[in-house]
Design a protein. Structure first.
Length: 136
């Protein structure tokens, strides 16, 4: 298949013999990822699903902060809570936003629309293809 690819991000992950504890990163930044003890991990860090939710959450509030700053609205704090559910035929992510500031109902409605414009949201709700290659 001939795809016109343009790289937008690069990342890596490495695991040794420690039960599921993984080092994941991009460039000069790295974090630990693990699994809970209930699935035989060492529970030293977030698991892959919470990490995915955190990526969506941080992208959402960064996007909102950018929009709020352009509009020069006074918002002291933005919080997001996310939860992943397994449902028939797939998964559902519930995202709950709260703002500390003086916003009108119209502004809040607009911020709800802007939240859906975050790049990670668009990727998760769009079409994703994953190509896997084994390197010798």
């Amino acid at each position: 298949m001939d795809l016109h690819k343009k790289s937008v991000a690069r990342a890596y992950a490495h695991i040794g013999r420690t039960q599921y504890q993984t080092i994941a990163g991009s460039g000069k930044h790295a974090i630990v990822v693990d699994e809970p003890e209930s699935v035989h991990g060492t529970d030293t860090a977030m698991g892959p699903f919470p990490l995915l939710l955190s990526s969506l959450g941080s992208c959402t509030i960064i996007t909102l902060r950018m929009y709020i700053e352009r509009k020069m609205w006074i918002v002291d704090e933005i919080k997001v809570e996310l939860e992943l559910f397994s449902i028939d035929g797939g998964h559902l992510i519930e995202r709950k936003l709260s703002f500390k500031g003086d916003l009108t109902p119209e502004q809040l409605k607009r911020l709800e629309e802007i939240a859906d414009a975050c790049p990670v949201h668009k990727m998760l709700t769009g079409s994703i293809m994953i190509e896997t290659e084994i390197l010798a």
